[in-house]
Each structure stands twice: as C-alpha cells, then as structure tokens.
Design a protein around this ligand. Structure first.
Ligand SMILES: Nc1nc2c(c(=O)[nH]1)N[C@H]1C(S)=C(S)[C@@H](COP(=O)(O)O)O[C@H]1N2
Ligand SMILES: [Mo]
Length: 433
C-alpha cells in the first residue's frame, strides 16, 4: 500500500498545470541534450577566460593601495601583487579580452538558455534536497550571468542607469555567478562529455533543414516529446549564433583594438569619433570640461609639486621640458575595453623621484588638478615608477598634450589600467624611499 503522501505526490506529478508546465508544449525539434552540450562546451571554454581576466582587472587596479573598486570586499579580497610593466600590452589584452569575449558570448548564453527553457517549468518544482540545491545553483548561474552581462554592457556604454555602483555590483555579481558556475559544471560535466560523443558536429553541419529531426528522448527531458517539423536546421541555428557573435565582435573591435584605422567599425562606441586635431585626435575618456578643468588652471600659473623625498621641489612646465626627455610608445587601456596606442614624450618618473631626493620610493602617489572624484589621484608601486618607460608625459605624437589629454602633464606607465594614467597632474608624493 502506498502512503498518503506518495499518492499525493504521484497525483501532483501526473497533473502539471497547463501551458509551459506540460512537456508537450515545447515542440522545437532542435532542443535536446546534445544541442545544449555544444553551447555548454563553448561557454565552458570561454567563460573561465572572462572570469579570470575580470578578476585580474580587480588586481590590476591595485587593491593594496586602497584604489580597487569596490574598496572593501571583506573575505572576498583577492591576493594582490604589483601589476607588472614588462609587457606593455598586458592590461590591453586582459581587459580587451574580458570585454570583447564577454560581449561575443552573449548570443551563446542566450542560445543555451533557450535550449534549456523547458527546465524552468519542470513539474513538480523540487522534491529532494539535491534537486533544491541544483535549482538554487541554477538561479545563481542564470541570474548571475544575466546580471554580469547587463551591467558590463551598460558600463561600456557609459550608461549608469542603475542606482548602485557598477564596480561593486559587477564584483559581487561575479562571485555569485562563479559559485553557480562551479556547482553547475560539477553536476553537468559528465553528461556534457558523454552526450557530445553521441553525435558528430561535422555531420550536423551538413544536415539540411528537411533532414533535421529531434534528438532521442533521454533522462534530461530536453528533447521534445511531440516535436514540430523543423523551421531552422541545427546548422542554421549555429550559423545564427556564430553570426551574431561575429557582428558583436566587429562592433566592439574598433573600440578594443582600434583607436585608429578600425575605429569606424566600432558602431557600438558611445564616444564621439574625433577628439582633437591631428596628433591629439584619439579617444578621450573624460574631457577637461567634464572634469571641471579650466584653461586658467593649466596656464602659466601651473606648477608641479614634488614631496616626500629629502628635497621638495616646485617646477614649472619649462623646467620639466628642460630635463632629459624620454619617448615611449604606450597604450591607454580603459576598463571599458577600448585602448589606444600613442607615442608619449616627457620626464621619466624615476628622474623626478631622484630630483625630489627619493631615489627608490616604495610607493608614489599623484594628484590631479581635478577638484573631485575617484580619478583625481592614484598610487603606483616601485616597479611601475622605475620602469624606464614610465613617464610624466608633456607631449604626445610630437606635439604638446591637448587639454583633454591632460595638459600640462599626465602620467603614462606601461601596462597600467587607463584609469590610473592620471591627467592634469599637479603633485607627486614619494614614500618609503
Ligand atoms: N584626472 C583625470 N585623469 C584621468 C581620467 C579622469 O577622468 N581624470 N580618466 C582616466 C581614464 S578612466 C582613462 S581610460 C584615461 C583616458 O585617457 P585619455 O582621455 O587621454 O584617452 O585617463 C585616465 N586619467
Ligand atoms: Mo578608463
């Protein structure tokens, strides 16, 4: 004799609510464990790259100098290290990958969600602890990835419509997503690997629309029980997803690697396409006007103050120009994914340190003329200031800096995230010499 509870359970299971809760309502012949596994494999390879480059960005900001966003992350802080300068394009590549790959994977994420949507309506919802854990991890996974994609894209579009700090949200969201991702991979990896062997991608890519039939039924309950005839082949679906990714990649590419010849392709770029004349016509993050920098502030009265060493100094721009000048071709690589490589000329930061009586400072902090905000100061580690290409730039591409690019003087350090390439520098403080 079955118990009362078991009979009730059997009855509930046999009587799903109408509509999407009935498996027969899902009729696309493309849905099935194999299709989901293909998208799963792409994400399994791609998402860890997005995760790792994202976490590296946090480290590159220099949390050890109190300048990472979000500031206090409690036990979720990452081990920090001094971001190296040896490879000039390091942040350009890690952050370019983070943004470009994150955007390119959007169609794959959507396709995978589409492929498993009947699972959202599984009936009965959850009957065991294991199922409940699985469903909570799915909520973290799906909610997390959608949240990260939306906030990430809006940030590159400079559209801070949400009423919270982007970095804080994106960082915490990332950890929720990572937790869901790890649990999900742990649970589903064997199924994915097993299922991928049941069909050949090559054959699928050669299968025409009329020959497209549903996958066989299995315990994952993704293949339709009552398939409609196909209106799109698997080949067509893969083409649609890959084509969308390619389009999005092209649309962000000019932003990410361009700055010059490819800029016209960056039709997703929200910034204007021109920023000045000739040599100073390259991407501007925030203009002097937005930063409340007036021509008077950067006129003849401007001085650079060097403190913290044995010999405090106050220098005019002419005095800086009279010091040994060094030229280096270095990128500005913004967290938003775009970067631009220019040829900068100015005084080596280590020469300025020596001039101020600090031959080998442990940390160097700069301040900008900019009155307010998170951009008006930055701190650098020993290696960043001692790199032979680390400059207080006075000129770019053979001409004086334009006011939008930081005239009279700006910091430019190899591989440093753009946010710390401080413009309109007014003082430098050397510590721990
Ligand atoms: N003082 C100041 N420095 C700043 C900024 C700023 O807003 N104010 N923006 C930073 C950011 S986020 C970037 S990406 C670079 C961009 O430099 P650019 O405008 O010359 O391209 O400058 C950095 N330096
Ligand atoms: Mo930036």
């Amino acid at each position: 004799m079955k118990s009362r509870a078991t009979r009730l359970y059997d009855w509930v299971t046999a009587h799903p609510p109408p509509g999407p809760f009935r498996r027969a309502a899902w009729r696309s012949p493309l849905r099935g464990t194999w299709l989901t596994s293909v998208f799963g494999l792409v994400l399994l390879v791609g998402l860890p790259v997005v995760i790792i480059t994202g976490l590296l960005s946090y480290v590159a900001y220099g949390p050890q100098y109190g300048q990472a966003f979000p500031g206090d992350v409690g036990w979720l802080h990452l081990p920090s290290f001094d971001w190296p300068t040896a490879w000039h394009s390091l942040y350009r590549v890690t952050q370019g990958l983070h943004v470009a790959l994150g955007i390119a994977l959007i169609p794959v994420v959507l396709a995978k969600l589409w492929s498993v949507i009947p699972k959202l309506f599984t009936w009965p919802p959850a009957v065991s602890v294991k199922q409940a854990v699985e469903r909570i991890s799915l909520l973290m996974l799906v909610g997390g990835i959608l949240f990260e994609l939306v906030t990430g894209v809006l940030n590159t579009q400079y559209d801070y419509i949400f009423g919270f700090d982007f970095y804080t949200a994106h960082y915490w969201g990332a950890w929720i997503f990572i937790a869901g991702f790890v649990v999900h991979v742990g649970l589903k990896l064997p199924t994915m690997l097993r299922t991928l062997r049941t069909r050949s991608l090559r054959t699928e890519l050669r299968t025409s629309l009329p020959a497209t039939v549903a996958e066989p039924q299995d315990e994952n309950a993704l293949a339709p029980v009552a398939p409609a005839s196909a209106s799109l082949s698997r080949r067509g679906l893969f083409g649609l997803v890959a084509g969308s990714s390619a389009l999005l990649t092209v649309a962000t590419l000019g932003n990410t690697v361009g700055g010059g010849s490819l800029r016209w392709t960056a039709f997703l770029s929200v910034r204007g396409q021109s920023y000045g004349d000739g040599p100073t016509d390259f991407q501007v993050n925030r203009t002097a006007r937005t930063a409340k920098i007036t021509p008077a502030m950067v006129g003849p009265a401007w001085r650079l103050r060097l403190t913290g060493g044995g010999a405090e100094r106050v220098l005019t721009r002419e005095q800086l120009l009279a010091m040994p000048q060094h030229t280096a071709t270095l990128p500005i690589a913004c967290v938003e994914g775009w970067s631009s490589v220019q040829t900068w000329t100015g005084v080596r930061l280590r020469d300025l340190a020596a001039l101020a009586g600090a031959s080998s400072p442990h940390t160097t902090s700069v301040r900008s003329l900019e009155p307010r905000g998170a951009f008006n100061h930055a701190t650098y580690g020993h290696g960043q200031v001692h790199d032979e290409d680390a400059l207080l730039a006075l000129r770019v591409n053979g001409v004086d800096l334009s006011i939008d690019h930081g005239y009279p003087a700006r910091v430019i350090i190899p591989a440093l995230p753009g946010v710390h390439q401080t413009k309109w520098v007014t003082s430098m403080d050397f510590r721990g010499a």
